[in-house]
Design a protein around this ligand. Structure first.
Ligand code: ADP
Ligand code: MG
Length: 247
């Protein structure tokens, strides 16, 4: 089943075109890693997929449902339903620092009122166990390490039972040690066949965990293929130069 389909997607900030006719298809259970230099449009692409930015041209389908066709969007109510099938994790966590771990996890689901309080509390406990933070349930976010914050952010995204997870450089604010604990959680999700797009500079992780690698430069997808195709023998000097810099 096709979870994400993007056709000729373009996005402008004023006169600057930051996405140039992007095509992308992600099937159920696949893990896509997006790599590429800073400013190439990776974050903007993810933000368009989850409707935090509006594309100007092109189509986006999420689980077969059109979010945007030729730059025209559904009414906000319908967009919200489509958006709710996806969870997103950001580089800087975007948690509420003055609230506890549990409060951060329960906030959005309580607003959506789809599950009762008991179900939500059970789910919260189960997800904190999954990310290895059962003992931090009542801790305030401000007291956690960066790696713990990011694992809380992942659990929070999973609270809404997404079918798709989007990660925007989830480990770039972390030390190498803390990076590993976050990558382990993402790896577990990949093993459970969660459909994911991960923007990352962790080339080793991308090589091992992703089915497909997408290389972006200057608003375009320059190349996509298996980790072997893109990370080992692309024969493309732009990709090779980039890899030489990040490795
Ligand atoms: P990446 O994530 O690959 O580093 P971004 O998607 O963040 O790239 O940015 C792509 C381009 O769009 C950059 O030139 C950036 O400066 C520009 N850009 C991103 N967000 C905005 C914004 N809200 N307003 C204006 N320009 C933006
Ligand atoms: Mg970015």
């Amino acid at each position: 089943m096709q979870m994400i389909k993007v056709q000729k997607l373009s996005k402008f900030f004023d006169r600057l075109q930051v996405l140039k006719e992007i095509d992308l298809e992600v099937n159920k259970g696949e893990v896509y890693a997006i790599i590429g230099p800073s400013g190439s449009g990776k974050s903007t692409l993810l933000r368009c997929l989850i409707d935090l930015e509006k594309a100007d041209r092109g189509d986006i389908y999420i689980e077969g449902k059109p979010l945007c066709i030729n730059g025209c969007y559904h009414p906000e109510k319908d967009c919200r339903v489509i958006r709710s099938r996806m969870g997103m994790v950001f580089q800087h966590f975007n948690l509420f620092p003055h609230l506890s771990v549990k409060e951060n996890l329960l906030l959005a689901p309580r607003l959506s009122k789809k599950q009762n309080k008991l179900q939500l509390e059970e789910k919260c406990a189960q997800l904190l166990h999954k990310v290895g933070l059962s003992d931090k349930i009542n801790e305030s976010i401000a007291k956690l390490s960066g790696g713990m914050k990011q694992r809380v952010a992942i659990a929070r995204a999973l609270m809404l039972n997404p079918d798709i997870m989007l990660f925007d450089e989830p480990t770039s604010a972390l030390d190498p040690e803390l990076t590993q604990e976050v990558l382990n959680v993402i790896r577990d999700l990949a093993n459970e066949k969660m459909t994911m797009i991960i923007v990352t500079h962790e080339i080793g992780f991308a090589k091992e965990a992703a089915n497909q690698i997408v290389f972006m430069d200057d608003g375009m997808i320059i190349a996509s293929g298996t980790p072997q195709n893109i990370l080992v023998d692309s024969g493309n000097c732009r990709i090779e130069n980039f890899l030489a810099k990040v490795l």
